[in-house]
Design a protein around this ligand. Structure first.
Ligand SMILES: NC(=O)c1ccc[n+]([C@@H]2O[C@H](COP(=O)([O-])OP(=O)(O)OC[C@H]3O[C@@H](n4cnc5c(N)ncnc54)[C@H](O)[C@@H]3O)[C@@H](O)[C@H]2O)c1
Ligand SMILES: [Zn+2]
Ligand SMILES: [Zn+2]
Length: 363
């Protein structure tokens, strides 16, 4: 039997989100229905509402969530009703050319639920990142459910479902930050701060945080920044070089998605160093740099989708580190809000007042 619940829907480009009754079908083959407990508000939800991702309105927003499996389709083996899970947007197929080469973190054909959730009048919803978790129940592919230790509270666990995983993984997986490295992170929102936390976890000796907002820099220190630079006041490339004996950092992570900050990252790394782009640019952006500098400086220029994570490998491990007090996931939660407060949370995000607002959907 399909079920009717409340969900946060973006009906039209730029229009404020509304709380609607949505219809969630019974899980079919390969699917699971999940009772969402908590779901963080990510910048990407706002991108959807603004029509910056695609125009498949109406969207069911929310994609950074933890909850409990309510029911599963007939053939589902990997999860059962009652399992405590984080929802992921990388349910790997096991069959594409990336999966077959043993690199499932790059899977080109990830799974989502086949059936559609709808509005009461039958209009099909597009769930954000194939999840749609600002809702009491949501329908996903069973592979999108990653079981983790239920001792981690949902407002904390859910964060690994998107932005915090993207930042941690940008440092640990994509940037391959290792013990003794110097690291600079440009942009210290939730994603950048997670990159800082990841660099600390990996044993970086110097972690330089760059932002234009002193409140963000103070917070970055709490996550492990050893030095901070306000790039409104001083040139960040020169400052990073000065903090690294004139050389630049081994790994520089750009967590904003803008050409000018990418250029700073490019020139702030040491010779043969690595730049990781985890911030998401918009389609209008271009970059113009001397090709000789790409060649002459050597090293690696990488981009990081979802922190190159493999949910089944990374989520349970990171939750364990959190439970042992080695990864302060709780510090990303700026506020807990109700399901009717998403629009206000977008506003706070825009003003730089929060790292993460987390919607508490059900107990
Ligand atoms: N690659 C992925 O898989 C992935 C996943 C989630 C989010 N993201 C992207 O990561 C980026 C950051 O997300 P977030 O949630 O941390 O956003 P956010 O808005 O919370 O943080 C951005 C930070 O950058 C700072 N900033 C803005 N302009 C700056 C400048 N010119 N110089 C220095 N600092 C500047 C802001 O003060 C803010 O602290 C976004 O583009 C988001 O879409 C990527
Ligand atoms: Zn695949
Ligand atoms: Zn996200």
């Amino acid at each position: 039997m399909s079920v009717k619940v409340k969900g946060v829907v973006a009906r039209a480009k730029g229009a404020p989100v509304t709380l609607e009754t949505i219809v969630v079908p019974d899980p079919g083959p390969g699917e699971a229905r999940v009772r969402v407990q908590a779901c963080g508000v990510c910048h990407t939800d706002l991108h959807y509402r603004e029509g910056a991702i695609n125009d498949q309105f109406p969207f069911l927003l929310g994609h950074e969530a933890a909850g409990v499996v309510e029911s599963v389709g007939p053939d589902v083996q990997e999860v059962s009703p009652g399992d405590y899970v984080i929802l992921n947007w990388r349910a790997v197929c096991g069959e594409c050319r990336a999966c077959r080469r043993g690199r499932p973190q790059y899977c080109f054909n990830t799974h989502n639920a086949k059936q559609k959730m709808t509005l009461e009048d039958g209009t099909e919803l597009t769930p954000a990142l194939g999840i749609g978790a600002f809702a009491e129940l949501t329908l996903v592919a069973a592979g999108q459910c990653t079981k983790v230790d239920p001792q981690a509270p949902p407002e904390v666990a859910g964060l690994l479902g998107c932005g915090v995983m993207a930042g941690l993984g940008a440092a640990i997986n994509t940037g391959n930050v290792s013990r003794g490295d110097s690291v600079a992170v440009i942009g210290c929102g939730g994603v950048g701060d997670a990159a800082i936390a990841g660099a600390r976890l990996a044993g970086a000796r110097k972690i330089i945080a760059v932002d234009i907002d002193d409140r963000k820099l103070a917070k970055a220190k709490e996550f492990g920044a050893t030095d901070v630079i306000n790039s409104r006041a001083i040139d960040p490339v020169e400052a990073i070089q000065a903090l690294t004996e004139g050389n630049g950092a081994d790994v520089v992570i750009e967590a904003i998605g803008r050409p000018e900050t990418y250029e700073q990252a490019f020139y702030a790394r040491d010779l043969a160093g690595t730049v990781v782009l985890v911030g998401v640019p918009d389609p209008s952006m271009r970059i113009d740099l001397p090709l000789l500098d790409f060649f002459g400086r050597g090293g690696a220029l990488k981009s990081s989708w979802y922190g190159d994570c493999l949910p089944s490998r990374d989520f349970p491990m990171l939750i364990d580190l959190y439970l042992q007090g080695r990864l302060p996931l709780q510090d990303f939660v700026s506020e807990k809000i109700g399901i009717g407060d998403v629009e206000a949370a977008f506003d706070k995000m825009h003003k730089g007042e929060v790292l993460r607002s987390v919607v508490m959907v059900s107990g």
